[in-house]
Design a binder for this molecule. Structure first.
Ligand SMILES: [Zn+2]
Length: 115
């Protein structure tokens, strides 16, 4: 193995997806290929040479490296979906709570002042 530039290190942590140039099927190493008995976590480079595109039967040579999907970021997006408040920092939560209390207090005072 030759020494690789540092930028390659990140790419290695998140294995690259490969897209079939014939049909657009994307092989994702994290998912593997259930049809082809490929276990999740199998790198594209580690696929058996007789592996074929599960959609159109193309050889691995017909696939293009399309780079890694940023898995942690995608996961983060799912977390954010519908749970916005849970992703606030404690400081932001305090601001929200005490800001809300302060507003309520001011509102209460203004009502009280009207009487
Ligand atoms: Zn294909």
């Amino acid at each position: 193995m030759n020494e690789r530039p540092k930028e390659q290190t990140l790419a290695e942590q998140a294995p690259a997806n490969h897209e079939c140039r014939l049909c657009g099927y994307v092989y994702e190493p994290s998912k593997g290929d259930g049809k082809g008995n490929i276990a999740p976590g199998t790198l594209f480079e580690a696929l058996p040479s007789d592996w074929r595109c599960p959609v159109c039967g193309a050889r691995p040579a017909q696939f293009t490296n399309i780079g890694a999907t940023n898995a942690p970021s995608g996961f983060q997006e799912n977390l954010n979906y519908g749970f916005g408040v849970n992703n606030l920092t404690p400081g932001q939560k305090n601001l929200l709570i005490f800001g809300g209390l302060g507003l309520f207090f001011l509102f209460f005072l203004s009502l009280y002042g009207l009487n």
